[in-house]
Design a protein around this ligand. Structure first.
Ligand SMILES: *Cc1c(COP(=O)(O)O)cnc(C)c1O
Length: 427
């Protein structure tokens, strides 16, 4: 299958090229040329996530041999992704049991394994740029650490990520370089986009990105959405609503693709914090990016969501079609805290602030009480101890794999929010 640009369906590439270029040459994002419907018999046999994942990826990735693709999936999904019944009709799909305790481990590990596969067969090297508001950086650093022939530069906004997130990105060393930008996440994203569009630079260095704009991160995220649907069958036959805590909207686009594959999903909730650009778009029909606002769910502090282009393409630029499939709901910091508190009091479960946005949004959406709602639980609460303390005055227990990062020594390169400084650094 070919991958085309969101801005021009005549810009075609094989999966490999789409992965290594990151951004399409016209500045658009790569998307699958079409999304085939997965055959019905597969949908019924899908009780093994590795088998299911292989069948789904096989539909779109045809330039990796079967056994290699199966091995990439097995090496990526080495942790459980359970569906938990939280309360009433609400379920949580816990996609946070990977090494850095957030759902981004899935996409990051898949991409790292895919790149490793392609580079090994050609004895080539690559430099990967990442802009992060927190969780992407740690997932990428962990997934690519010590992968041969791959250099990683992580651009993060100085003092706008949590201590834990910063430690996870800055303590690995080796091929992982952490760049502390004196600006916002949007500045970091702008720097990465400028570098990728800089022909002068890319002639000398083999550059790409590992942001959620990379299609190698987007595709495997479909697997866990479908895995959640499979597990729901133990509780209900009714097609669920999916509530997806969103920032750059990669996670939601993957869920929309899962529906296109033919899996039964009733409706989507695009749950955001105060950065409500997409909920506003669904209301007004105007897409108006704004500078990002700092919130408790900081991995969703995005003022110009890069996957919006993909969302538009998925609905053929048809606002009414998008509206009939997606409701946008924005949750304030205050309501996020209140939701963490309410759920803890009523169930004993501790939600991380991002998942809390998803749960709060689902209770405000117009959902029939018989219809199950699956909220993507995007991070483990221990990643956000300050917010949890504020909400319920409890210190969430830090799992062992995070304690290792806490103890490490920070190494970062500080630059101003200017592309020229980033360029000097890369050269
Ligand atoms: C990145 C992230 C999100 C937002 O995901 P997008 O795909 O960017 O919309 C939500 N929650 C957590 C914990 C994240 O790390």
């Amino acid at each position: 299958m070919n991958f085309v640009s969101t801005r021009d369906s005549n810009v075609r590439n094989h999966f490999k090229n789409a992965v290594f270029h990151g951004l399409a040459p016209d500045g658009g994002l790569f998307i699958p040329e079409n999304i085939p419907v997965l055959k019905a018999h597969l949908q019924n046999k899908a009780d093994d996530i590795h088998y299911l994942g292989y069948e789904m990826m096989r539909l779109m990735i045809d330039d990796i041999p079967s056994d290699a693709l199966q091995e990439i999936i097995n090496k990526t999904l080495t942790f459980k992704i359970p569906l938990i019944h939280l309360e009433a009709n609400t379920y949580l799909l816990e996609v946070f049991h990977g090494p850095t305790l957030a759902f981004k481990d899935v996409g990051a590990r898949f991409m790292a394994n895919v790149m490793e596969y392609y580079l090994k067969s050609k004895n080539d090297s690559v430099t990967i740029l990442v802009a992060t508001s927190g969780d992407t950086g740690s997932a990428i650093a962990n997934a690519f650490h010590n992968k041969e022939n791959i250099n990683i530069y992580i651009f993060y906004p100085s003092e706008k990520v949590t201590h834990l997130q910063e430690q996870q990105m800055t303590t690995l060393g080796g091929n992982i370089h952490a760049v502390e930008v004196q600006g916002t996440f949007d500045d970091c994203q702008k720097i990465v986009k400028s570098a990728l569009m800089d022909n002068d630079l890319s002639r000398r260095i083999n550059l790409t990105t590992a942001n959620s704009i990379n299609v190698a991160r987007l595709l495997p995220q479909m697997i866990y959405h479908v895995w959640g649907l499979q597990q729901l069958k133990a509780y209900s036959d009714i097609c669920p609503v999916l509530s997806v805590p969103s920032g750059n909207f990669g996670n939601l686009v993957s869920a929309v693709y899962a529906k296109k594959l033919g899996f039964g999903i009733e409706h989507f909730i695009a749950a955001t914090n105060a950065n409500n650009i997409v909920p506003d778009y669904l209301k007004t029909g105007n897409f108006e990016p704004r500078p990002s606002i700092k919130t408790y769910s900081n991995a969703m502090d995005v003022g110009n969501p890069s996957n919006f282009e993909r969302l538009l393409c998925a609905y053929n630029d048809n606002l009414d079609a998008m509206r009939s499939d997606i409701s946008g709901i924005s949750i304030s910091d205050e309501d996020t805290l209140a939701e963490i508190r309410r759920v803890y009091d009523e169930t004993g479960y501790i939600l991380d602030p991002h998942t809390a946005v998803g749960v709060a949004a689902s209770s405000r959406a117009d959902v029939n009480s018989d219809t199950p709602v699956i909220v993507t639980a995007t991070a483990h609460p221990a990643k956000f101890p300050e917010v949890i303390r504020r909400a319920i005055n409890i210190e969430p227990e830090i799992p062992e794999r995070l304690q290792v990062a806490v103890a490490g020594k920070k190494q970062s390169i500080v630059i101003a929010a200017e592309y020229e400084q980033a360029k000097d650094l890369l050269e």
